[in-house]
Design a protein around this ligand. Sequence first.
Ligand code: FE2
Length: 303
Amino acid sequence: MTSLQPADRLAGLPRLGVGLSYQAPLRGFVLEHLDSFDFLELIPDIFWADQGRGAPDRYRESVDAAPFLARVAASKPLIAHSVGLSIGSGDPFDAAHVEQIAAWQERYGFPWHSDHLSFNRLEHVTGHFMDTGVTLPVPFDHEVLDLLCERVDRVQARIPVPFLLENNVYYFEIPEQDMTEAEFLNRLTERTGCGLLLDLHNIYTNARNLGFDPWSMLASLDLSRVVEVHLGGGMEVDGVWLDAHSGPCPEEVWAMLEEVLPRAPRLCGVVFEMFGNYYPQVGPEPLLAELGRARRVLERRAA
Ligand SMILES: [Fe+2]
């Protein structure tokens, strides 16, 4: 199966600047420190309870989501970074999820939206479908690439703003893959015209645990498709670096950002990710420091 060669879907996007990834425990921080970021990135799926495919009234939205989001949206752009599409699953494409994202895009005017290059929905041996609760990596194979390209085309045909996929974290390498990760991402973005959400801490984590060189991976990646970058931090447990989103970025991730910037002419946003459950421990200062550092890096680039 082939996808149509797309026109430049990523042209003319607004350069938003520094973004914060929203988590419920950060609600107070968001409202108190609106000046510390330029846009707020949402996982929209946390604002509704998905009753499952085919269920009537499938998406039951949180009653207090709308006033909070309207308050933030009055002064900051919102971006959707969904986790619910499971675009790499073998089961049928979830068109209803795309409809729900389309409705939120219309409501909040997201200038672009994204999801994960992964799968989290799969069939249990009992015949029921289950959600793994984590985003699992797809094999970098031709067959998977064809499946993804068709699905990305369907998302792009339905939602009138650019769609990005995010490179995933993985703690093991699937054997005998057809392509490297960089080749796979390059082909996916070239064939569909979608953008890349480049998570630098995911690359750092994969490289550190699996022993490859992140710089040569970046060197072989087409960074002209990068619209957004994710930054984050982690921790080492029993010799494994975890993509824990637990605090400040490692210095090497900041160095990777410096490498990416001159090669990413379509970059519109750099988002710092921290899981909200760490916020009561670390407090606002590390968040403010990382957001401020990202802003200074972008300002140097603009200058
Ligand atoms: Fe990320």
